[in-house]
Design a protein around this ligand. Structure first.
Ligand SMILES: O=c1ccn([C@@H]2O[C@H](COP(=O)(O)OP(=O)(O)O[C@H]3O[C@H](CS(=O)(=O)O)[C@@H](O)[C@H](O)[C@H]3O)[C@@H](O)[C@H]2O)c(=O)[nH]1
Length: 382
C-alpha cells in the first residue's frame, strides 16, 4: 500500500514509518521538522541523540534495503501538499503532523493560536487534498483520549447512544478537553466527520492515550535509527518523563494529588494500531473512531512503579507531590472502552517492570544529555 506518514520525523511517526516500511508498504514521510525547532525554542533536547531525517532514511535503506521517500514541508502550504499528493498518489494518509504538547499550547496567546492554526488548518488542507487528488485515500488521523476529558460515565469509542425525551439517537461522544492543544484535536474530529459526510471521505480517528517507551524492533537495528525521548516539562509525558527524572536522581513530579487517571500504550502498540487501521480501511463516507490505548493508570501509581524499579537499579529517587500547574480533575471516575482495535487483532504489550527497566536503562546511558533546569514544569494554565 502507498502510505504517507505525515509527522514521520517525530516520536510516534518515525517508528511507525519504519514499521510500515518493514511490512512491505511503500512509505513516504512528510514532515516540516518543526519538532526539532521546538527543542531550539525551549532550549531542550531528546534524551537520545537523534540523527537528521536524511541520515535516518539513508541508514534505513542500508540496513533494510527499503526506501522511504521524504518531503520536507508544511501541510499548511497547500501547493506543497498538492504536489506531495500528485507525486505519491497515497492509498492511506497517516496524520501525526500536529503540535502535540498541551503545556506548549498553554504558554501564551501566540502558542495557543499557533497550535490551533497549525493543527486545525493543516488537517483541513489534508481533507481538501484527499478530496481533490485521492478521494479513495483512507485518512488515519491521530486524535487523543484527552478529547473526552474525564466524564463521570464510561467513555465509549467515539459515539454514545442517548435517549432524550422518549427519542433515541447515536451521537458523537461529548468532548471536554483540558487544553488548547486537546481542543485542536476536537476541532479536527468535527472537521473530519463533516468531510466524511459531505464528500464521502473514509477516515479513522485514532484517539490515542499517552505513549511510553522509545524502542521498536526497527529503531533498535542501528544507533542512527534511534527514536527521540522527551523528558522536559513541556513535551515530556507521564511515565517516560518520570523514568528520566529517576535516571538523574530527581524527584518524580506528581502534579496535585496524583489521582489523575489516563489511558496509556506502548510505542510498539502505536505502530501496530496504525497498521491495523490501514489494513482495515473505513468505508466510503464513514468516520470511524478507535480508542487507542491498552491500560490506564493514575499518575501516582505510575510514579510509585517507576520509583520501585529505579530503586532496584540502585537509583534513589523520591515521589514528590507538587502544586498542579494545570487545571484538571485530580480525583475522578475513569472507565474507557477500547475493544475495536483488540477485535481487529491488537495484542497489547503491557507495562511490565521490564518495560520500565528498559526505558530507564536507556535514560541512564544518556543521562549526561538531560538538562536539569528543564525538568520541572514551567507553564501554568492560569
Ligand atoms: O510531571 C508530570 C507530568 C504530567 N503529570 C500529569 O499527568 C497527566 C498526563 O500529562 P502528560 O503530560 O503525560 O500528557 P498530556 O498533556 O495529556 O498529553 C500527552 O498525552 C495525550 C494523550 S491523553 O492524555 O490526552 O490521553 C496526547 O494527546 C498528547 O499529545 C501527549 O503529549 C496529567 O494529569 C498531568 O497533570 C504529572 O502529574 N506530572
Amino acid at each position: 500500500m502507498r502510505i504517507i506518514v505525515a509527522g514521520g520525523d517525530g516520536f510516534c511517526g518515525w517508528p511507525t514509518a519504519l514499521y510500515l516500511s518493514k511490512q512491505g508498504h511503500d512509505v513516504t514521510i512528510v514532515d516540516n521538522l518543526v519538532r526539532r525547532k521546538y527543542d531550539d525554542e525551549l532550549r531542550s533536547n531528546s534524551v537520545t541523540p537523534i540523527a537528521s531525517l536524511e541520515d535516518r532514511v539513508a541508514k534505513w535503506k542500508e540496513v533494510s534495503g527499503k526506501e522511504i521517500k521524504t518531503f520536507v514541508g508544511d501541510l499548511n502550504h497547500y501547493d506543497f501538499l498538492s504536489e506531495v499528493f500528485r507525486q505519491t498518489e497515497p492509498e492511506a494518509f497517516v496524520h501525526f503532523a500536529e503540535q502535540r504538547s498541551a503545556p506548549y499550547s498553554m504558554i501564551d496567546r501566540e502558542h495557543a493560536v499557533y497550535t490551533q492554526t497549525n493543527n486545525v488548518m493543516g488537517n483541513l488542507n489534508v481533507l481538501y487534498a484527499i478530496k481533490e487528488f485521492a478521494p479513495e485515500c483512507h485518512l488515519i488521523k491521530l486524535g487523543t483520549m484527552g478529547e473526552y476529558g474525564t466524564p463521570n460515565i464510561d467513555i465509549e469509542e467515539g459515539y454514545i447512544e442517548i435517549e432524550h425525551k422518549g427519542r433515541k439517537d447515536t451521537l458523537p461522544y461529548p468532548k471536554q478537553p483540558g487544553s488548547f492543544y486537546h481542543l485542536s484535536k476536537v476541532h479536527d474530529s468535527h472537521n473530519i466527520m463533516f468531510a466524511c459526510k459531505i464528500w464521502g471521505i473514509r477516515a479513522t480517528d485514532l484517539n490515542q492515550g499517552i505513549v511510553y517507551g522509545l524502542h521498536t524492533a526497527e529503531t533498535r537495528l542501528d544507533p542512527m535509527l534511534v527514536n527521540r525521548v522527551d523528558y522536559d516539562g513541556v513535551f515530556g509525558t507521564a511515565l517516560n518523563r518520570f523514568v528520566n527524572q529517576a535516571a538523574i536522581g530527581h524527584d518524580i513530579t506528581v502534579y496535585g494529588s496524583g489521582g489523575q487517571t489516563r489511558a496509556f500504550l506502548n510505542i510498539e502498540d502505536t505502530v501496530r494500531c496504525v497498521e491495523i487501521a490501514a489494513e482495515n480501511p473505513a468505508d466510503k463516507g464513514e468516520f470511524r473512531v478507535f480508542n487507542q490505548f491498552t491500560e490506564w493508570f493514575s499518575v501516582q501509581d505510575l510514579a510509585e512503579r517507576v520509583q520501585k524499579i529505579a530503586k532496584e537499579e540502585g537509583l534513589d529517587t523520591q515521589v514528590k507531590k507538587i502544586e498542579n500547574p494545570r487545571i484538571e480533575n485530580e480525583d475522578h471516575y475513569y472507565n474507557a472502552v477500547n475493544t475495536k482495535l483488540r477485535d481487529l487483532g491488537l495484542e497489547p504489550h503491557l507495562l511490565t517492570d521490564d518495560v520500565i527497566r528498559d526505558i530507564l536503562r536507556t535514560a541512564v546511558e544518556n543521562k549526561n544529555r538531560i538538562i536539569e533546569e528543564n525538568v520541572l514544569p514551567s507553564i501554568t494554565w492560569k
